[in-house]
Design a protein around this ligand. Structure first.
Ligand code: HAM
Length: 416
């Protein structure tokens, strides 16, 4: 038997319904914030992620699905959405006339070769959005507001935004140097991964899950102490805007995010201090890194799996339709023709209608009526049909009525 790959799962039944519900809620919200929908290809040139996300990141070093295609091209399956959207933005020269920002959102499958566990898969879906063109802190506030309200609309009221700033290039360079100077004398106390990170990506040491409770980590230099005047003012201004919007945030000076493209604002959405349900931030250098002009941008992405798990853990029920409007039963083969065109008519008029496709006995068809939780049922029989009539029955009250076959749609419209 061929089984599904580790870290992947099939989406069907209630899970499919839950996801469709979440898609609808998020799409409607994005429209309110005036974002348009985008989908980028599942595979791109590997260089996009190596350069965009950063060669030294865990993602590129350990997690990307890379392969060489039959045309000898180095290809990577999409591990995250931002780099592909930036590629699209540059390739279509959307920076040409930037009198208004370019705002897009997506809902796409991502691929990371991670150790699968609850809320961490190798194939997973992210809902995310990116806003290009504004360097104003109002755009950062809008991104945080959109992310925050997405979770709240899904019923996750008790989320917190963890917020930090990495500052501009000068601030980050100073901070990086301070971190290296701080950790270097203690290199032997660091985990093997961090001993490598100290040269390649020292900020990531702060995010280490092995040693993060140690005194050494607790006393490490804080980003906020290395901000220049402009970066500090900007961060203060952002907090003022978040306060005005009543957004629940807390400053986390250890938050650095796992991808290399961020500067200034970084944020994550957490619930009860567990893993991040989503994360994002400003990335003013990425368009230029990927050969475009210098265009500021900010964005965010939510993990679907973790959000659904959080909703389940918090007993947030999702409206799932588990009934149908009408089940058409037939007594013999001769009524099947009527069933076929009646069903089409009902479905095109917006009703969820079903009949027996398995040639079951009438008794078994009645069992299907209950299994499908049908609100109404009609037993088609030649006798009634000769007079263009059917008997329609309310499956709850068991009341029934004889009506003209041409009046079924009106009858259901009135009663449902
Ligand atoms: P990220 O933090 O790598 O950011 O991923 C965002 C979210 O995707 C995570 O918080 C998590 O909920 C979910 N996620 C990540 N990996 C997995 C996994 N293996 N299984 C299930 N869920 C996962 C980004 O991807 C950035 N592109 C976000 C962004 C957009 N920044 C600016 N714009």
């Amino acid at each position: 038997m061929i089984t599904k790959q580790k870290g992947t799962y099939d989406i069907y039944g209630d899970l499919a319904k839950k996801r469709a519900y979440i898609n609808d809620v998020l799409a409607a919200l994005c429209e309110k914030y005036n974002y348009g929908y985008i989908e980028t290809p599942v595979f791109e040139a590997s260089e996009l992620y190596h350069r965009g996300v950063g060669d030294a990141t865990d993602m590129v070093q350990k997690e990307t699905y890379d392969f060489v295609d039959r045309g000898e091209r180095n290809i990577t399956l999409r591990p995250e959405g931002t780099a592909g959207v930036v590629r699209w933005f540059i390739e279509n020269k959307l920076y040409g006339n930037m009198s208004d920002p370019v705002k897009v959102y997506y809902n796409m499958k991502m691929y990371r070769y991670e150790r699968p566990q609850s809320g961490r898969n190798r194939e997973f879906t992210q809902w995310g959005f990116e806003c290009f063109g504004s360097d104003d802190v109002l755009a950062d506030a809008e991104a945080i507001s959109l992310a925050y309200n997405a979770y709240r609309l899904l019923g996750l009221d008790n989320i917190t935004i963890k917020l930090n700033t990495l500052g501009d290039f000068e601030s980050r360079t100073n901070y990086r140097e301070a971190l290296v100077n701080y950790f270097k004398p203690h290199i032997s106390e660091l985990c093997p991964d961090c001993q490598e990170r100290i040269n390649k990506n020292p900020l990531r040491i702060l995010d280490c899950k092995v040693d993060d409770k140690s005194e050494l980590h607790k006393n490490a230099p804080k980003t906020l102490d290395y901000l220049n005047e402009e970066s500090r003012t900007r961060f203060e201004r952002l907090q003022e805007l978040l306060d005005l919007m009543d957004i629940n945030y807390e400053i986390d000076t250890k938050l650095v995010r796992g991808l290399d493209y961020y500067d200034h604002t970084v944020f994550e959405v957490v619930l009860n201090d567990s893993y991040a349900l989503g994360g994002g931030g400003r990335y003013n250098g990425l368009v230029e890194t990927l050969d475009g002009p210098s265009i500021p941008a900010v964005g965010f992405a939510m993990g679907y799996d973790r959000t659904i798990l959080a909703m389940e853990e918090n007993d947030i029920s999702i409206p799932i339709n588990d009934s149908i409007d009408l089940y058409l039963l037939y007594v013999s083969d001769s009524e099947k023709e009527t069933a076929s065109y009646l069903l089409q008519d009902l479905r095109l008029n917006g009703f969820i209608a079903e009949t027996d496709l398995m040639c079951k006995s009438l008794k078994s068809q009645f069992k299907s009526v209950d299994r499908y939780n049908a609100k109404y049922l009609i037993v088609l029989n030649d006798e009634d049909l000769k007079n263009s009539q059917v008997t329609i029955k309310d499956n709850k009250t068991k009341e029934e009525e004889k009506i003209s076959i041409n009046d079924i749609v009106d009858y259901l419209d009135m009663h449902l």
